[in-house]
Design a protein around this ligand. Structure first.
Ligand code: ZN
Ligand code: ZN
Length: 330
């Protein structure tokens, strides 16, 4: 079969012939890929920014198959798999988790202890597909810990839409909207309107905030942000975002001193630092972006604001809730 492999050195990816995966653990399934996609995270991998993944890819001799997002048709199941059977079409979650260890039981499935021996994004995190083991950008994929890591696809919904539930929708919803405490009537700034930022806007809409301000450097992305529900758009390359917000955005008070939630969707120091400037008293900076460089925390300005800073790796504990929301659209 063909698989798109990252070879372990910056920029070296190859579409090559590799062996079809086999069941290795009783909790595995083998799925035939129906649709898959790329993630911003894959770009960090290909850029050589993750030393653990470089190591895994080099050690294997033929690289590691990229990708942790996909919809697959189940072809074979391990002897312990109970929730799916051959023929089922399932969403593969970007997080592989057992559902029963200490971390899984307290909702920290991104750090499932069953994955602790894998070297993925960091030693022990549970985003192991396309990192510690072969991922979804191949004709077939072995999905570990299947019972708690895949979701059956409901009939009548395009697989391309369901594919968004692998990672992008839960990531933006859990880390941006839920951790960011987006509530009815609040004001939210979404910094970075790539796919994650646009998904954060969709997720934020479901909480009925008063204002959603979309921030990006690209006007075409801002157009899409508007279509998906942003009330205001600001091109941060052309105008000062904080000034724009205080001049133009009202929240039932005369002057808006800062937003309630600033959702960081780029993973860059400059965008996190912008979020720090944008929040008001009691505000939350919700970091969604994957950072590979340090950023400055302006604690001398922030400390008095009773602010919160949240961040992490998606637990995908909202996938079922989001699946219900998607079903209601169709
Ligand atoms: Zn992803
Ligand atoms: Zn676990």
């Amino acid at each position: 079969m063909k698989g798109l492999c990252y070879m372990g050195t910056k920029g070296d990816i190859r579409l090559q012939e590799i062996p079809k995966p086999k069941i290795l653990e009783p909790t595995d399934i083998i799925g035939k890929t129906v649709v898959t996609t790329i993630c911003g995270s894959d770009l960090h991998v290909v850029d050589g920014a993750l030393p653990y993944i470089n190591e895994t890819a080099k050690k294997s001799g033929r690289g590691v198959v990229l990708g942790h997002e996909g919809v697959v048709r189940v072809e074979e199941i391990g002897s312990a798999v109970k929730t799916v059977k051959p023929g089922d079409v399932v969403i593969v979650s970007c997080i592989s988790s057992c559902g029963s260890c200490y971390n899984c039981k307290r909702g920290q499935t991104a750090h499932c202890l069953k994955c602790k021996d894998y070297a993925g994004w960091s030693k022990g995190c549970a985003c192991i597909l396309g990192a510690a083991m072969d991922g979804t950008q191949a004709e077939y994929v072995r999905v570990p810990l299947a019972d708690s890591s895949v979701y059956k696809c409901p009939k009548g919904i395009p697989v391309e839409s369901l594919l968004m539930l692998s990672d992008i929708l839960p990531t933006s919803y859990e880390l941006g909207v839920l951790d960011g405490n987006v509530t009815e009537g609040s004001t939210v700034a979404v910094v970075g309107c790539g796919p994650i930022g646009l998904s954060a806007i969709l997720g934020a809409k479901s909480k009925n905030p008063k204002n959603i301000i979309a921030v990006d450097l690209d006007d075409s992305r801002l157009e899409v942000a508007k279509k998906l529900g942003a009330n205001y758009t600001v091109n941060s390359g052309k105008q000062d975002v904080k000034e724009f917000i205080s001049k133009n955005v009202k929240n039932g008070v005369d002057d808006l001193p800062g937003v309630d939630t600033a959702i960081e969707c780029c993973g860059l120091p400059v965008t996190l630092e912008l979020c720090e400037r944008l929040i008001g008293v009691g505000g939350t900076i919700a970091n969604v972006g994957v950072h590979v460089k340090p950023a400055t925390l302006f604690i001398d300005d922030l400390w008095i604001k009773n602010f919160k800073l949240t961040g992490g790796l998606v637990n995908t504990t909202s996938t079922s809730e989001l699946l219900e929301k998607v079903k209601r659209v169709y």
